[in-house]
Ligand binder design. Structure first.
Ligand code: DAH
Length: 347
């Protein structure tokens, strides 16, 4: 131990002694707790032996302090190094006792991916976003008015029949399409409007190879002054080229209560390049979407002046598109959550 007023000789001796004893104890600490106790004993900030040594430095005559200070630093370095080395050795031992073999290759971690229908929706939304469209959402439970009335369905339209629509009472139903989002958007925002509304819709359909009672749709709507059928055709053709890489598209006259005129868009079958195959049922064309100029009655129902504003809209089923894209024979594969299928297409 160090006397109260040590000579230089005694100081140097004490420094070496502390370092020797400390290194011995630290290096022999059997576990992290013992190592910590040894650290406190020798290197502790409050009562560590190294602290006593540091304090004693001040009692030496100034001309001896340089040499004594060197001895102090040397002792401290030896102790700190012994502490670090022991710490490393102990933690390596802990890893070994867990039977960790750090040379083994990493274990494959299973990471989920996006569902094929989500991939299709994201890609479609991405293309329209570039054209200035925004995503709009609406409720899955709707009133009869938003789902049918405001969309110009006559009161006795067969789609309103119990066989197609799931009613949940009090004039409420599960929306049968995403078109009601058109009306909700037109009520809330002033034109110009350009929205895409993806979402789930519900129908009283059997769950078979080509039908599901709950499925995704994407609605599109563009309303402003001076919008014409040219805008509809140009935008949807651009979309088909971007999404399908389609060389050819065609518009066929159709009917929907909420559009006039109405048209369905087909793209040339990608599998047979229009020659006709089983995927396109020999026609050479794939049906992609329904579309049309927004019926004046719909604009009026939403509170817009149909003399001033016009617009066009479309609706499509991303599940159908996913079936074409991934060549699926049965829509139920998209609902099975079978990882063997999903991990083939997930991105
Ligand atoms: N709502 C239609 C359906 O569910 C799809 C549709 C067709 C939407 C034409 C539209 C449209 O916006 O213009 O079958």
């Amino acid at each position: 131990m160090l006397p109260d007023s040590p000579t230089l000789e005694q100081y140097l001796q004490a420094a070496d002694d502390i370092a020797l004893r400390g290194v011995t104890v630290l290096s022999a600490a059997p576990d992290p707790d013992a190592l910590e106790a040894a650290r406190v004993q020798f290197l502790g900030d409050r009562r560590g032996e190294i602290l006593a040594l540091q304090k004693a430095l001040g009692t030496l005559p100034p001309e001896q302090r340089r040499e004594a200070g060197r001895a102090f630093n040397d002792a401290k370095t030896r102790l700190t190094r012994a502490l670090d080395e022991r710490r490393t050795t102990l933690s390596r031992g802990a890893a070994k006792s867990l039977q960790l073999d750090l040379t083994m290759p990493g274990r494959h971690r299973w990471i989920g991916g996006k569902h094929p229908v989500t991939l299709v929706i994201d890609e479609i939304v991405g293309i329209f976003r570039e054209l200035g469209f925004t995503v709009a959402l609406g409720p899955e439970t709707e009133s009869e008015w938003y789902n049918f009335g405001a969309l110009n369905f006559p009161a006795d339209h067969p789609a309103m029949d119990l066989h197609d629509t799931l009613y949940i009472g009090d004039g409420a139903l599960l929306r049968t399409h995403t078109s009601p989002v058109q009306v909700r958007t037109l009520q809330r925002y002033a034109p110009p409007i350009r929205i895409l509304a993806p979402g789930t819709v519900f129908r009283r359909d059997p769950f078979d190879a080509s039908h599901a009672p709950a499925f995704a749709q994407i609605e599109g709507l563009s309303v402003d002054e001076g919008i014409s059928f040219v805008d509809l055709k140009a935008t949807l053709t651009h979309f088909a080229q971007r999404f399908f890489g389609a060389t050819r598209t065609r518009f066929r006259p159709s009917f929907f209560p909420f559009t006039e005129p109405s048209a369905e868009m087909d793209v040339e079958c990608r599998l047979c390049a229009g020659r006709g195959c089983s995927a396109c049922k020999g026609t050479g064309w794939m049906e992609i979407l329904g579309s049309g100029m927004v019926h004046p009655a719909v604009l009026e129902a939403a509170g817009l002046d149909s003399e001033r504003y016009t617009g066009w809209a479309f609706g499509m089923g991303p599940a159908r598109i996913a079936m074409q894209r991934y060549d699926l024979p049965d829509i139920r594969i998209l609902y099975d959550s079978d990882v063997r299928f999903l991990e083939q297409v997930a991105e």
